[in-house]
Write a protein that binds this ligand. Sequence first.
Ligand SMILES: Cc1cc2nc3c(=O)[nH]c(=O)nc-3n(C[C@H](O)[C@H](O)[C@H](O)COP(=O)(O)OP(=O)(O)OC[C@H]3O[C@@H](n4cnc5c(N)ncnc54)[C@H](O)[C@@H]3O)c2cc1C
Length: 441
Amino acid sequence: MNTENQPLPIYIIGAGIAGISCAQQLQQAGHLVKVIEARDRIGGRIFSSPFNTHTFDLGASWIHGIVDNPIYEICKQFNIHTEVLNYDQSQYFHPNGQKFSTEETLEFERYYLTVAELLTKDKNRSAFVSLQQIIHTIDYTDTLLNKDQLKQLLLSFFERVANDPFATDLDHLISNYHDYEGYYAGSEVVFPNGYGQVVNQLGKDLDIQYQTAIQTIRYTSDGVELIDQHGQVYLGSHAIVAVPLGVLKQKQIHFQPSLASDYLEAIQQMGFGSFNKVFFELEQPLACFENKSKDLIISSYYWVDDQVFNVLNLSKIYQQPTYLMLFGGSMSAWIDHASDHDVWQMITNSVKHLHTLPIQPKQLIITRWGSDPWSHGSFSFPSLQYSHALHDVFKRPIENRLFFAGEHCHPQYAGTVHGAYLSGRHTAEALMHTTTSQSDI
Ligand SMILES: Cc1cc2nc3c(=O)[nH]c(=O)nc-3n(C[C@H](O)[C@H](O)[C@H](O)COP(=O)(O)OP(=O)(O)OC[C@H]3O[C@@H](n4cnc5c(N)ncnc54)[C@H](O)[C@@H]3O)c2cc1C
């Protein structure tokens, strides 16, 4: 395809952290690299947006475990400020609004761990079916909490685990989901000034062309040809497809020739779900969700009609009464298409047994990743058809010209920023490995 015998660039499609880390590594190794991005910004599902005097992370917020985490290493390298925001301190409220006593909390968390431990041994079944069985067979002798209530609390709490961090509902999730989304050890940290700083640093010396959506990729053993929404053609030596799995599922990019059946199956069989955030700021703090300890944050869980809601009090970070609610699965899919008014009403109704919220919050920020045209969802999850082999498909280049990168491609750390970052780097290495035997790059 290189008619003028000029070196052709390697094209990277998608300026999320996978595409950026891949481009950075290739460029540092001396390759000519161009990044093409559909949005008008870098970062993809890392999106730090300013509101008044604060920055809110509308996509990823956390570095999940800082020990040996490559993202935390980048933060140290560039002096990017983070704050510890561990998820492990929780308070719970009964459906009648009463807070769990310390003993009830300990008991509930003990049962939760027992069930979670049993679940790790149950492979390749529906998480819902598996949990139903485990929850109904364990011993509940001498419980403080009513036995039937405890069973229901546990089941809906595990539904919550499917929602966050798997962006789906229990009946779509495989029982051994714990094998999927790998976190590092150590504290979890967030970015008071935005996660975007990480990707901005990595991408600062790259050639990125924005507002350009690739619609067609033609590939042969000689090179690649990309076509954007205006019909503009880009000739390259190689292409790295670093777009979200949701975009591939929607067939927004036409591959010519069509992808082989194992790629199509992997795209179809991996799960990709909806997970959304709702930030709200109030004039007055919510007394029920106050944290009297010196710790930075507390996560509050409350049950309504067998459904668990979760509120994180971020007031100490933002110095204002600011709260974050996280929604995944079908509730999040509803938010994807609901109005601000309807979402606020849903939240107000859910919490009314604990607190009366104002008709309008001072500020309301709602994400809708499932209806985002350049994402079509939030992150991948292990569906009922899941196996590790699905990731391996994406590791195989096609004609040694077409490569894939992205969070969904990482076998150990899928669904995370560090997984996407490492996938980009692995793909760069794989490409460089193949080019040692090619002469036209
Ligand atoms: C609400 C939410 C919360 C999250 N929280 C966390 C968290 O706390 N910690 C964590 O580790 N992870 C979290 N994640 C997951 C994390 O954000 C992702 O795993 C990671 O950012 C994915 O990076 P990526 O490069 O694979 O994809 P993306 O960041 O989605 O990048 C892909 C890029 O491709 C572009 N693109 C799409 N189609 C085209 C096209 N046709 N042509 C050109 N460009 C195109 C997109 O615009 C996008 O910029 C969260 C995600 C969401 C949505």
